[in-house]
Design a protein around this ligand. Structure first.
Ligand SMILES: Cc1ncc(COP(=O)(O)O)c(C=O)c1O
Length: 436
């Protein structure tokens, strides 16, 4: 029998709970369920034979490496990728035992820590090999490496001859195990034919290495855009970064899965101002009101991740409608013209990207208006902006994503899937290097 009480709809109670958690004028919501589902969708698209590595470098594009990594692994990611040894070690220290690949070159002084933490390393030339060998023997663990081949990005990666020489050197080195060969696309989100050209270059090198007798377990090339654009780019595993958040998809194959938006940047209206014609707004007086105007001061600025490039160009959602940003975006706040909107009150919510009522504003659209990409848009969310992680349509923690792990963790707890202990005695050459 009904007892007279009513259950709030889930989104209402979620909003209430969130309001209790949010103290400041701006916050970012990261839907970890959506991250998990996005990984599942990509796994279904690439098929069981293809692995999915979640790219969580730069603190998972500013959104919190640990919570995002956990959600991606829960969704079936087979490994993680970072850009710094420190990022990989932080994940290990928090208890992550999955494979972790460092996606760029590592300074010599960090090699020992990297091998100790069982991070797979990228190599583009032979220069780090002696130091890597020493690091492996010191740690008593085989170093695991992926060769980075440059096929046209002209960034981190060796040329075909260097990669061949590198593979030969590693093949004769018991301290180092070759686990992968990869490349990175220059324009995966464009249909200019260069992805196909880079893939062809990659396969030429792959064939040369195979003819030389090298057995390389993992070939990989695709970021999010390439993953969703063509199965030809999937190879043995895909590296999914921005797609974790349902953004940066580009020119996807019509059959590719639709991904869910997992990140929303929100703020509060701080003041509402009625001003007369001719009033100028903000630094530099770049906007002049064409008539009597109602303005809303919104509590987020470029220090929070609202690009200054949106000055007089961007929009914000207020009351489920688009309101243009007028005047310059400043460090802590910005101003929206709400003359055409219904009632707007201090405390109302403004959405820079995300969903409000029946309206949505995608981060891709915002990035385009700001003349940047979604990767930079997310990375620029300021450190002071609370990250609210949502699970099952409820915010489940208020966090900066940098919390220490609850349980103490030790390197010994790592499973021996990545690391292979090294047997001594060492070769005379390695003994000499260790002694020097
Ligand atoms: C080498 C490499 N692979 C994969 C990625 C993931 O790219 P995306 O975020 O576009 O999926 C990146 C990101 O910059 C990268 O540098």
């Amino acid at each position: 029998m009904w007892d007279g009480t009513m259950t709030e709809p889930l989104e209402v109670s979620a909003a209430r709970e969130r309001d209790e958690q949010v103290r400041g004028p701006t916050w970012v919501e990261v839907d970890l369920d959506a991250v998990e589902r996005n990984v599942r969708r990509v796994r279904a698209w690439v098929g069981r034979a293809v692995g999915v590595f979640a790219v969580v470098k730069a603190d998972a594009y500013g959104l919190g490496a640990l919570p995002v990594a956990r959600a991606a692994l829960a969704g079936g990611a087979s490994g993680l990728a970072v850009a710094r040894v420190s990022e990989g070690r932080a994940l290990r220290a928090a208890g992550i035992e999955a494979k972790i690949l460092v996606l760029t070159g590592v300074p010599t002084e960090e090699l020992a820590e990297a091998v100790e933490a069982e991070l797979a390393l990228s190599l583009a030339d032979r220069a780090p090999l002696p130091a890597l060998r020493v690091a492996a023997y010191r740690a008593g663990k085989r170093a695991v490496v992926h060769l980075a081949l440059d096929t046209g990005l002209t960034r981190y990666g060796g040329d075909p001859n260097e990669i061949e020489a590198l593979a030969e050197a590693i093949a004769s080195d018991p301290a180092i195990r070759l686990d992968g060969l990869y490349t990175h696309f220059a324009s995966a989100d464009e249909t200019d034919g260069f992805l196909e050209e880079q893939l062809a270059r990659f396969h030429r090198v792959r064939l040369r290495l195979e003819r030389l007798g090298h057995v390389i377990p993992h070939y990989h090339a695709a970021n999010t855009a390439a993953t969703l654009r063509t199965p030809a780019a999937h190879l043995d595993l895909v590296r999914l970064g921005i797609g974790l958040y349902g953004a940066g998809v580009g020119a996807a194959d019509p059959a590719a899965p639709r991904l869910e938006l997992a990140v929303q940047l929100r703020a509060r209206v701080l003041r509402v101002m009625e001003v007369s014609e001719g009033t100028t707004v903000g630094y530099g007086r770049t906007f002049r009101c064409p008539g009597p105007t109602r303005l809303a001061l919104v509590g987020a600025g470029f220090a929070d991740g609202v690009p200054r490039a949106l000055s007089n160009r961007g929009v914000v959602l207020i009351g489920g409608q688009r309101a243009p940003l007028v005047g310059r975006v400043s460090m802590d706040q910005c101003v929206a013209d709400v003359t055409a909107l219904g009632a707007v009150e201090p405390g109302d919510e403004a959405v820079f990207y995300g969903v409000q009522g029946n309206t949505s504003l995608s981060p891709d659209e915002v990035a385009q208006a700001a003349d940047t990409n979604v990767h930079e848009l997310f990375c620029r969310i300021g450190a002071r902006v609370p990250r609210i992680y949502r699970r099952q349509a409820r915010p489940d923690s208020l966090s900066t994503g940098h919390e220490a792990s609850a349980a103490p963790w030790s390197w010994d707890r790592l499973p021996r899937v990545v690391a292979e202990p090294l047997e001594r005695p060492l070769s005379a050459r390695v003994e000499a290097e260790l002694a020097s």
